[in-house]
Ligand binder design. Structure first.
Ligand SMILES: C[S@@+](CC[C@H](N)C(=O)[O-])C[C@H]1O[C@@H](n2cnc3c(N)ncnc32)[C@H](O)[C@@H]1O
Length: 360
């Protein structure tokens, strides 16, 4: 959390009388320290048991008291914990309101998952970032790295499922689906959250979810829990393989959060196969965090899209693309009526729709 600098100290950095990069160093260290606290269970334990003395918290977390005290004092400075004194002898720590609201697992809007996921990404996956930038090709393989880190893969899938719950109500209103029996293809739809939402809304719709085995494990479970095993089929298929998309043409093809993983020429190849898998008159629907300024003009939102782009480049060779570039690819593969809609639930994401012409 940002250090609360008094004006006179902030000015020293703003006016270039001290290296402002030092503040970045402090914040990176504070972020890393808070990640350790999260994994040790500091925020969850304080949320569950209330304020704790140094001795009590060390005992609950099975930590060395002196070491935990050194960590906690960093967390106090960075606004993660409050500290008071118990009978003048022992420190007593509690979550600050911000930690209580967002960093413990028990709260409904918890940010804990996102916080933990990005700790792993920045301090492990980004290890060879400069190699990626030097060569222009990804030095890491994001999905292989996820497979090697099952806890982080679970966090990633849970974040995507949560995002699907947030966006699906708006998307099922905006994506046209034929009224009668129809077929949906969910390309890279792993967790199956969107296929489940569309099939619930359209009782005559059947869906196929295409993805890699690891992601399909989450999807298969979600399909079972939704009671939709007779209407949604998980199918293992590699986007990068030269094979055509399996099965008969679909009336709706979802390509949600997929093209940002790939380079433009890979997307052109993928989109050609998507068109071949779309029935004449059918709809291709993309959801993407576009690299255009958000309509609401959020500085932190725009900064996040740029950081996200760097992660995509490093792990897959992709990036967040501007809407105009994606629309150009869609037209180039013969799709028409290309249009976009803002999503109120997520200002940096857009729904992009296109139609396969009836003839052609
Ligand atoms: C960013 S997630 C998007 C998931 C879902 N469509 C959504 O919007 O929530 C990208 C998905 O593509 C899948 N994926 C990555 N590489 C793939 C590949 N080579 N073949 C098939 N699926 C792949 C991932 O497993 C993951 O489920």
């Amino acid at each position: 959390m940002p250090l609360n600098l008094p004006d006179r100290e902030r000015l020293v950095y703003q006016e270039g009388r001290a290296p402002a990069a030092h503040l970045d160093l402090l914040h990176a260290a504070g972020f890393r320290a808070a990640g350790a606290a999260q994994r040790l269970g500091v925020f969850d334990t304080l949320a569950e048991h209330g304020p704790q003395s140094a001795k009590g918290l060390a005992a609950r977390l099975r930590c060395d008291q002196r070491a935990l005290t050194i960590l906690a004092r960093v967390l106090v400075d960075f606004g993660y914990l409050t500290e008071s004194v118990d009978d003048g002898t022992d420190a007593v720590w509690d979550n600050t309101p911000a930690s209580a609201a967002f960093l413990s697992d028990g709260t409904p809007d918890t940010y804990a998952l996102v916080f933990s996921f990005w700790q792993r990404v920045l301090f492990d996956h980004w290890d060879r970032l400069e190699e990626t930038v030097r060569s222009g090709t990804p030095a890491a393989d994001f999905y292989r790295w996820l497979e090697e880190h099952p806890d982080t893969l679970r966090e990633f899938q849970t974040m995507l499922t949560r995002q699907s719950r947030m966006l699906a109500p708006e998307l099922i209103d905006l994506v046209p689906v034929p009224a009668g029996p129809a077929r949906l293809l969910d390309v890279g739809g792993g967790h199956a959250g969107y296929s489940v939402a569309f099939c619930r809304r359209h009782p005559q719709l059947r869906a196929t979810v295409l993805d890699l085995a690891g992601a399909l494990a989450t999807g298969t479970q979600a399909i079972g829990e939704a009671g939709l095993v007779d209407r949604i089929v998980p199918y293992e298929w590699d986007i990068l393989s030269p094979e055509p998309i399996p099965g008969p043409p679909a009336d709706v093809v979802l390509l949600f959060n997929i093209v940002h993983g790939y380079r433009p020429e890979q997307n052109a190849r993928l989109l050609r196969r998507v068109v071949a898998a779309t029935a004449p008159g059918g709809t291709v629907a993309l959801v993407e965090p576009v690299d255009d300024p958000a309509p609401a003009g959020s500085v932190s939102g725009d900064a996040f899209v740029k950081l996200f782009s760097l992660n995509l480049l490093h792990g897959q060779g992709g990036q967040a693309y501007p809407y105009g570039e994606i629309a150009g690819w869609l037209r180039e593969v013969g799709l028409v009526d290309v249009r976009q809609a803002a999503l109120t639930a997520s200002p940096n994401d857009r729904l992009i729709l296109a139609t396969r012409p009836v003839a052609g």
